[in-house]
Ligand binder design. Structure first.
Ligand SMILES: [Ca+2]
Ligand SMILES: [Ca+2]
Length: 407
């Protein structure tokens, strides 16, 4: 009998206090999840068929535009190796994550140093060191947040850590939240967005190409979580009294959410990589279910159809969707003054479409406005303190670009 199957036979109370918990590492502060029973390392190919659902085709919200030439000046200002995300410090320095497990700090003069003390990551496929976010009170706390795929005894788990940023190292590193559901599978989502009041945070958690966990209220996969700054379920969540994963859940039924940002009125917007032809821009509302994997305006990569969103109007439909796929990465809600005409617009970095996409927002309504051909896969989009828009590429030799008005 293996260690894992023995653990599976023990009652939950025993699991918590016995050696079934994974061996502690120096960075394990959040309650380490008990080792799970043996999990299949095979991923399903298709979403589960629900033959009782009659397909009602989606007819509104299709957002693909013909690509156009960029209408701004593009300046290359750096290069990174398979980066995932970037975030500005208040003084204009830039933190960049590289999936292999490197946290880089770019000074305003362009020089780049590596920050030591990052947690160990499971760097393969879509996993590794993922998002970086700078605490709203960074000026006094020096606190940053990192999301990453944490190596587990079976596969990996999405984890969230906080630390204080020293001159060239992380200090006081604490793992404050773990998804659990250890096992195989790529897309972690992993994007951090602070609430407008700066007192809590939202974290996107992908379904890791496993489909059904997105509809399982007891698995933190395929969810948007709402947590305190210390990684606990935020008070006031839709299922706050239910405990466990449910208490931390803000919304469910997501596939692979790579963009998460608030607009100036406090609405939370999300970009989500769907299956083939089903990429989405969603307005995230508390307690709502966004339908994956039961409905999608796209279909399985195998060609097996999935009923479109109007087939199940009880699920929240996307405001916009893209077919062919664009593979949305980071999402920026622009609030700067360098591009005054674009204040309030959403900017989406597209990987497979190799485009920067602008969407205008008016209350709850989203309208596609521009799809600029950038000739590179775009992983992240952020606003610099001066209002310039910075783009981060993807893969080896990924470019860092600064966009400024023409002329
Ligand atoms: Ca959906
Ligand atoms: Ca469909």
């Amino acid at each position: 009998m293996t260690r894992f199957s023995l653990c599976a036979l023990l009652p939950l109370s025993a699991l918590v206090i016995t050696a079934c918990s994974a061996a502690p590492s120096p960075a394990q502060n959040a309650a380490a999840p008990a080792a799970s029973p043996p999990v299949s390392m095979e991923l399903p190919e298709n979403s589960p068929l629900e033959p009782s659902i009659v397909n009602v085709p989606a007819t509104t919200g299709h957002a693909n535009l013909a690509p156009s030439a960029p209408s701004f000046t593009i300046t290359q200002i750096g290069k990174f190796d398979s980066p995932f995300a970037m975030a500005f410090l208040p003084d204009g320095r830039l933190l960049v994550t590289e999936k292999a497990g490197h946290l880089k700090l770019r000074a305003t003069n362009g020089s780049v140093t590596e920050i030591t003390g990052v947690p160990k990551v499971a760097a393969d496929g879509q996993g590794g060191l993922l998002d970086v976010a700078v605490a709203p009170d960074f000026a006094t706390s020096k606190r940053i947040y990192l999301s990453y795929s944490e190596p587990r005894s079976q596969g990996s788990s999405l984890a969230l850590a906080s630390a204080t940023l020293g001159a060239s190292s992380l200090e006081n590193l604490k793992v404050i939240w773990r998804a659990g559901s250890d096992g195989p599978g790529g897309q972690f989502g992993a994007v951090i967005a602070f609430a407008p009041d700066g007192k809590s945070l939202f974290l996107s958690s992908g379904e890791r190409q496993r489909f059904t966990p997105a509809q399982d209220p007891d698995q933190a996969l395929g969810k948007i979580l709402h947590l305190t700054l210390d990684g606990q379920p935020a008070p006031g969540n839709p299922m706050a009294s239910a405990g466990g994963v449910r208490a931390a859940t803000w919304s469910s039924g997501h596939r692979n959410p790579y963009g998460l940002a608030f607009d100036s009125a406090g609405r939370l917007w999300e970009t989500e990589m769907g299956p083939k032809g089903g990429d989405e821009l969603n307005l995230i509302l508390p307690g709502r279910n966004y339908g994956w994997p039961i409905v999608s305006n796209g279909d399985n990569y195998s060609g097996q159809p999935i009923p479109d969103h109007p087939s199940r109007p009880d699920f929240e439909a996307p405001k916009l969707w893209w077919n062919p796929s664009i593979s949305p990465g980071g999402l920026l809600l622009y609030s700067g003054s360098m591009f005054p005409a674009w204040k309030g617009s959403a900017f989406i970095g597209a990987l497979s479409a190799e485009a920067l996409i602008r969407v205008t927002l008016n209350g709850d309504t989203a309208t596609p406005a521009d799809q600029w051909k950038m000739d590179m896969r775009i992983r992240d989009v952020v606003q610099a303190p001066d209002g310039a828009i910075w783009l981060l590429g993807d893969g080896d030799d990924a470019k860092l670009l600064r966009l400024t008005p023409k002329g």
